[in-house]
Design a protein around this ligand. Sequence first.
Ligand code: PDD
Length: 282
Amino acid sequence: MRAIASINGECLPLAEARVPALDRGFLFGDAVYEVIRVYRGKPFLFEEHLARLRRSLDAIRLPYTDFDGLRQRVLRVIREHGFQEAIVYIQITRGSDVSRHHVFPEHPVPLEFFYVEEFHDHLEAQREHGVRVITHPDWRWQRCDIKSTNLLPNVLAAQAAREAGAYEALLYLPDGTLLEGSRTSCFAVLGGKLLTAPAAPNILPGITRALVLRLARQQGVAVEERVFRVADLPHVTELFLTGTTSEILPIVQVDNQVIGNGQPGPITRSLQRAYRQLVDAL
Ligand code: PDD
């Protein structure tokens, strides 16, 4: 896949990109990131992603401020290398120190890494017919609202899903509360209402989640930011995932539980159409 990277403003092919072994992103996961979808050469919801990047940086007290420069560098790589359908991955780390210490370096010099990579969307059929997912315990920490690169619990849950032949793992708390997927947000239709976990420190405030909430309200759907549980699944009539690359992906089965009539439902379909219209108008 064609991919161009930039490290502290220097461009090179992604396969040749290197960071120092003492980089704190590598040693401690002391880093935050974003993933942005590019459609027809245009980044989708770019400002929203940059705003969340800023919030993540503030939350871990990482003194990186060059958002205008970053925006220009990303746009330049997309333009100069002729990317059309692509993703942008951005990661800012707290940089390197002279040796490994948990505490921050006295004068941290952040590392800015991003790449733009061609993206082939293989999810058309799944968006049409829906996917199967599994449930998995949520083993993450108490600040999942920070988009940090500490993704081991997400990685293990995603791998469990893959080994079960499922698309995604829905993460649940000890009381059965379903929060989100390993790399996606999750919505349910229950009692005629569209539900998703409230924006709180135990979920990532998804950019696609916020857009879908807005679209649903515009369509007159009754929306509530309220959690639902594993025990609710037999009564859930529609269930779907949202995310930057997944977009809006219907779920037709969770573990052994078929959702609704086993087909993507009308609210999911109408949100998918509205999403597509926005992308087409970009
Ligand atoms: N994942 N929840 C989690 C835990 C996520 O990691 C993501 C994004 C989302 C969806 O957020 P958004 O709509 O802003 O993409 C929800 C990215 C894409 C990733 O890790 O690759």
